[in-house]
Design a protein around this ligand. Structure first.
Ligand code: 3HC
Length: 280
């Protein structure tokens, strides 16, 4: 089976890499060509590091590259058995992408979204195949993180669910079933913790104190602020805002410091400035 991944940003390119590493032929499609160029450069750098370190051979690297192709044309989803959508977290954009994919894809093709919390049923309703749509939420960095959350929309049928489950297991992820509510499982628990850490900085705590406390006192691999910089402050804030708007509950109120940072363009590692400074 061939796979198409829509979006060549951090998540899309990582998901495409994950599928290619598991042996699938993958087409990574992004209408914005510079995103494709960036994804190619990043994966080449990552693989060069792995080869130098000895965790990948030159032959394995070449085999994986042979299975990965890129395109800026959505029509190129034709022939794919499954399409994984990973475009930015904006519901109107996702609905328009789903509409285009529905027109371009073969009738039997399943379309899944990597949304971190938007409504699967709403995206499905933009297509003529809502029973063949569901959510598969990967984590960053997708090739490393072992989990994928499976989210059924209101119309997802059993056949789609079992095919998608089998596919996700075949790319070596452990699956959990998550409810179709904002944040699913992981982000509903993780993101409020990151938000609370941002409140502590707003109240005067040093970011390194908050992060060290959680790394050494709770054994987290990264502190909550380091993780927010890693994923992107804009991405984290969008998820928190999704929880707030979705549950209509003040316990999910986003930290104003995050809003100020996003307005200032301090988005974390990708812009060189977040809670910490980075060499670009
Ligand atoms: N992309 C692909 N692979 C990567 C990578 C990346 N960005 N970063 C690291 N890797 C790979 C390396 O190639 C290496 O592979 P190898 O063992 O085959 O050589 C392996 O990961 C380990 O790399 P390092 O030794 O450089 O790094 P660390 O051991 O410090 O681990 C980490 C890095 C895996 C990112 C670790 O710090 C970690 O687990 N951090 C927490 C990540 C996390 O919590 N993610 C969830 C974010 S929330 C989310 O995704 C929700 C979404 O909705 C936004």
């Amino acid at each position: 089976m061939k796979v198409a991944v829509i979006g060549a940003g951090l998540m899309g390119s990582g998901i495409a890499q994950t599928c290619a590493q598991a042996g699938y032929e993958v087409k990574n499609i992004d209408v914005f060509e510079p995103a494709i160029e960036k994804a190619k450069v990043n994966i080449e750098k990552l693989f060069a590091k792995k080869v130098a370190k000895g965790s990948m051979t030159e032959a394995q690297k070449n085999e994986i590259f042979e299975r990965m192709t890129y395109s800026s044309n959505m029509e190129d989803v034709r022939g794919a058995g499954i399409i994984i959508e990973a475009v930015p977290e904006k519901i109107e954009l996702k609905k328009s992408v789903f509409k285009q994919l529905d027109k371009a894809a073969d009738p039997e093709t399943i379309i899944v979204s990597n949304t971190s919390g938007l409504s699967i049923s709403e995206m499905a309703a933009a297509t003529m195949r809502p029973h063949k749509v569901m959510g598969v939420h990967f984590f960053y960095p997708a090739p490393v993180m072992k989990l994928a959350e499976l989210i059924r929309g209101i119309a997802t049928d059993d056949d789609t669910y079992s095919k998608v489950r089998g596919f996700v297991i075949s790319i070596k992820k452990t699956v959990v079933d998550a409810p179709e509510y904002p944040g699913f499982i992981v982000n509903r628990i993780l993101v409020p913790m990151q938000n609370e850490a941002a409140f502590m900085v707003m109240e005067g705590c040093k970011p390194e104190d908050v992060d060290n406390a959680m790394k050494l006192g709770a054994n987290h691999p990264m502190g909550p602020l380091e993780l927010t910089d890693f994923v992107g402050i804009d991405v984290m804030l969008a998820t928190m805002t999704g929880l707030y708007n979705g549950f209509h509950d003040s316990k999910y109120r986003p930290c104003p410091l995050l809003e100020t940072m996003v307005k200032a363009g301090h988005l974390g590692r990708k812009t060189g400035q977040g809670f910490y400074k980075y060499d670009k």
